[in-house]
Design a protein around this ligand. Structure first.
Ligand SMILES: [Zn+2]
Length: 419
């Protein structure tokens, strides 16, 4: 159990707990601009949970007799730890050949068609041991926590056989056991059709539905099932089969949609996906349906940046339509090799015209909603997990402002201080 911890002299505390409205689901529209700012604040953490967060004089009263370890925040900024709700940390090597080909002018899809792309990460994962994969994932989680991330969703998806996908999920579990943060595992068996099933995608989907999903569920290796819906990957009809299998085995669902081309997504909504991710090419007709649901639109601008795309996810259009949005790194070796949520916030502000407040809300509380963890994560309120990040900044708007800077001075994961 974590020792009692008291953060004092916080210049700006972002609680993500509004004083002007009571949000029951993910934040939408103008709600995203209310980060619950408290100045001259403190936070008391007991038994890994938030016991009190707010004005320092009130928190000090609550801390009386608890003998906490004190962390003097020297007037700086504290916010809930980032919830990075979309990552692919199970791979063995960077994709440097793809990188150079793209610099020379090839597109993501051309590289995939020539044998690069997702499939080129598969050989390494199939050969690797659980231990090797877990070490790489743990290194990524540690790098994330040094930048303020306390919860990570982690997908399999570079194994593409039942054995290698389950091995990938075991590696996620092994890495999670070594990391003080929180990991949410997702089975992404339907990432791309592997070579052995070329021309027979329905056979591969059957393998995902009849073997991977039941075994992952039975061994409690995954909380969610994900699928990449895109030309060259899987269709909407494939996704409906995969989601039916996931529902049958009690797993939640999420999907990669509209990253490189547009598709309609409304047929997926009957499965109550926790999130639909990317949405760069989201159709206007889908937005009113998304706005009525708690499915979170998770935007991943790191991929647009790294692929050198002109078009970014349409954050303003989604926010103005009332669709709840989250931000995540999409950490992966092909299209977004970054572990930095602060960098993603910079992209959201400069390329997608989100305000700093909206970006922070999307990276914390709405990320928690995207993982169905908002009862424990994403805001600083009594009873929630003590997941916080201290930044060496005077004003929270500096977080996306200082491009690619590392200003995270301390991270607290379930009450444990990582300085
Ligand atoms: Zn992804």
């Amino acid at each position: 159990m974590a020792a009692p911890l008291l953060l004092t002299n916080i210049g700006q505390l972002l609680t993500l707990r509004s004083t002007t409205f009571k949000a029951t689901g993910p934040l939408r529209g103008p709600e995203l601009n209310d980060v619950g700012l408290v100045e001259e604040a403190a936070v008391l953490c007991l038994d890994g949970k938030i016991a009190a967060a707010g004005k320092q004089r009130d928190v000090l009263r609550a801390a009386k007799g608890k003998k906490p370890v004190e962390l003097d925040c020297a007037g700086k900024v504290v916010l809930p730890g980032f919830v990075d709700s979309h990552t692919h940390p199970i791979f063995t090597a960077p994709r440097l050949a793809d990188f150079e080909q793209r610099i020379a002018g090839a597109s993501y899809e051309e590289i995939a068609a020539a044998g690069g792309g997702i499939r080129s990460s598969v050989a390494g994962v199939r050969k690797a041991s659980v231990k090797e994969l877990a070490e790489k994932a743990l290194a990524a989680f540690e790098e994330m926590s040094r930048q303020g991330t306390t919860t990570v969703e982690a997908k399999s998806g570079y194994g593409l056989t039942t054995e290698a996908e389950l091995k990938s999920l075991e590696a996620i579990r092994a890495a999670a056991a070594e990391w003080p943060g929180t990991v949410v595992p997702t089975l992404l068996g339907a990432h791309v059709v592997p070579k052995e099933f070329e021309g027979k995608p329905e056979k591969y989907v059957k393998e995902v539905c009849d073997k991977m999903i039941p075994q992952a569920a039975q061994r409690k290796l995954a909380a969610f099932v994900d699928i990449f819906i895109e030309r060259g990957a899987f269709t909407l009809a494939d996704a409906e089969r995969v989601f039916e299998a996931a529902a049958k085995h009690g797993l939640g669902v999420r999907a990669h949609v509209c990253q490189l081309s547009g598709q309609e997504v409304w047929p997926l909504l009957r499965f109550h996906p926790a999130s639909l991710d990317h949405l760069d090419w989201a159709a206007d007709e889908d937005l009113p349906q998304l706005a009525r649901r708690d499915t979170v639109a998770t935007l991943l601008p790191g991929a647009n940046f790294f692929l050198g795309l002109d078009r970014y996810p349409p954050a303003r259009r989604l926010i103005e339509a009332g669709v709840p949005v989250a931000l995540a790194t999409d950490y992966n070796p092909g299209s977004s090799p970054t572990t930095s949520m602060p960098f993603v916030l910079t992209l959201a502000c400069t390329q997608m015209r989100m305000t700093p407040a909206e970006a922070i809300a999307a990276a914390t509380l709405n990320g928690a909603h995207a993982l169905r963890l908002a009862d424990r994560k994403g805001s600083l309120e009594p009873g929630k997990d003590a997941d916080l990040a201290l930044f060496d900044l005077d004003d929270y708007r500096e977080l996306p402002y200082w491009v690619a800077a590392r200003r995270c001075a301390a991270t607290i994961l379930k009450g444990r201080l990582l300085a």
